[in-house]
Design a protein around this ligand. Structure first.
Ligand SMILES: NC(=O)c1ccc[n+]([C@@H]2O[C@H](COP(=O)([O-])OP(=O)(O)OC[C@H]3O[C@@H](n4cnc5c(N)ncnc54)[C@H](O)[C@@H]3O)[C@@H](O)[C@H]2O)c1
Length: 468
């Protein structure tokens, strides 16, 4: 390291930060206390760091300050414990950014109404943070976004502070920075993609390797020092852009493979083959095959959205992302396919969709979570209503449907009882929550449209089930 203290033994801001992190004397801030930011900040608190969480939603901040959680799989006790130990507090006051040493940004990155990246949350955060940037600050973006966001959008806004963080190339061997590290930044900027899988009991936040790319070598080193305190493994890449692209590759890989099995499901249905049986059998191959599963369409904050961040950026390079576009077309046509299959099944029973009573089972975008962003169930409800069906839903995680960006259904979850099921012309299993008794659903329903193969173990009344 160079520039160590020409002026009398004093450390540079970066060297000071690194020592503070190693001694766990650094304060870690997280901006955006949602599905990603909340578990992240609690992880650093558990590891012994003082933490401050920032959010623009005063209701969330008040709940956290009372020791409550608003995310089902994050127990309130884990919030209360860190509050009590005075390792965690939440605030809407961005002036407290001055009091943190490292700031991790986990704000939303949705698409706008033209399906283009909506970076207003990142811009808003950067603008709110910039006046408070001070020497030795480490700022890491974790929100999923296109390559270039950190160095061409975030860095210039933060640099309005008047402090320096020069962009420069460096090398790594995947584990450490291998180029000489010049200590010449006043503050540090990096990107480290969030790879959280809410509700996944097999992998907790700290068990998922943390990919890190800095805008320069010292930023990468500082970020690695920080994450190394909380995560079991860090993976170093040679730029923030490579780290941003890593996350997009992961999500595009999922999106394209889900589209592939969705397309094969449609073919298998015509051929009278059960696609789920085929996947189970294919996945016995010990190499070269990763299973993906078909469903009623894509949901969640990530897979339906992130690929289009890259498609948008690729246009700047006049590069058409054909795989992504095709996968998007196939996946987004799945709710229509489910509705058509239901109309056909009713038709066979001499009924039509118009005025039929339909019960949607599950509105969360995947099983056992309380998140319905981009959920295909919402599109299913809308399509069915447009075709004249009378639709209700049941979801243990959503007693009511609140107003969303694209939908405002004003519906409440109906009880899942034998009597209620018997009142519907069809039940559609859109989300396969584990708490639901699918044997009971099949026994008491007249017709079951199963988009998840949740009824695989139900032996009775199989003539009522349509897999689709
Ligand atoms: N949810 C996931 O499974 C997941 C997984 C991997 C990556 N990601 C990515 O992580 C990012 C965050 O996603 P999430 O699911 O946690 O979103 P979320 O909506 O659950 O949480 C975002 C939080 O940010 C707050 N917020 C919005 N603007 C803010 C601002 N200017 N300042 C401070 N707080 C602000 C919101 O009030 C909210 O609490 C996104 O880029 C997403 O793509 C999400």
């Amino acid at each position: 390291m160079t520039r160590q203290d020409a002026a009398g033994g004093k450390q540079t801001p970066t060297a000071e930060l690194i020592s503070k992190i190693r001694e766990k004397k650094a304060t870690v801030g997280v901006v955006g206390l949602g599905y990603v930011g909340l578990p992240l900040i609690l992880l650093f608190a558990r590891k012994g760091f003082a933490t401050i969480g920032f959010d623009v939603d005063p209701e969330k901040v008040e709940k956290l300050e009372r020791g409550e959680s608003y995310i089902v799989h994050i127990p309130a006790a884990s919030v209360a414990e860190e509050l009590k130990a005075k390792r965690f507090r939440a605030t809407t006051d961005f002036r407290l950014v001055r009091d943190v040493d490292a700031l991790l940004i986990c704000v939303p990155t949705p698409l706008d109404e033209h399906r283009e990246p909506d970076l207003s949350f990142i811009r808003g955060t950067a603008g709110a943070v910039a006046p408070h940037v001070r020497p030795g600050h480490l700022i890491v973006l974790e929100s999923t976004t296109y390559p270039g966001t950190t160095d061409e959008l975030l860095l210039p806004i933060l640099s309005k502070s008047g402090l320096r963080c020069p962009l420069s190339a460096y090398t790594t061997d995947g584990k450490t920075v291998t180029s000489p590290i010049e200590l010449e930044s006043d503050f540090l900027v990096a990107f480290s993609p969030e790879r959280e899988d809410p509700g996944n009991k097999n992998f907790q936040t700290h068990q998922i390797p943390k990919v890190i790319g800095g805008v320069n070598a010292e930023s990468a080193l500082a970020a690695q020092t920080l994450y190394g305190q909380a995560f079991g493994q860090t993976v170093m890449v040679s730029s923030s852009r490579a780290a941003e692209m890593t996350k997009l590759l992961e999500n595009i890989y999922r999106c394209v493979n889900i589209a592939l099995v969705n397309e094969l499901k449609l073919l298998c249905m015509r051929m009278g083959i059960n696609i789920w049986e085929v996947i189970e059998s294919a996945k016995t191959k010990p190499f070269g095959f990763t299973p993906f599963y078909p469903g009623p369409g894509l949901g969640g904050h990530c897979i339906p959205i992130d690929p289009f961040y890259l498609t948008w950026k690729a246009r700047e390079y006049e590069f058409p992302t054909r795989f992504i576009e095709l996968a998007g077309q196939i996946n987004s046509s799945m709710p229509e396919h489910v509705v058509n299959a239901m109309a056909e099944a009713l038709n066979q029973r001499k009924q039509c969709l118009q005025d039929s009573r339909i019960l949607i089972l599950g509105v969360a975008y995947k099983k056992d979570i309380d998140d319905l962003r981009e959920s295909p169930s919402l599109r299913l409800i809308k399509l069915l209503q447009e075709r004249g069906a009378r639709v209700d839903y049941h979801d243990p995680y959503f007693p009511q449907l609140h107003k969303m960006r694209h939908y405002d259904f004003k519906m409440a979850s109906v009880e899942l009882s034998p009597e209620n099921l018997a009142n519907y012309d069809a039940a559609v299993i859109a989300t396969d929550h584990s708490s639901i008794d699918y044997g009971m659903v099949v026994r008491h329903s007249r017709l079951v449209i199963d988009t998840r193969y949740a009824t695989r173990h139900v032996a009775h009344d199989r003539e009522k089930i349509v897999l689709c």
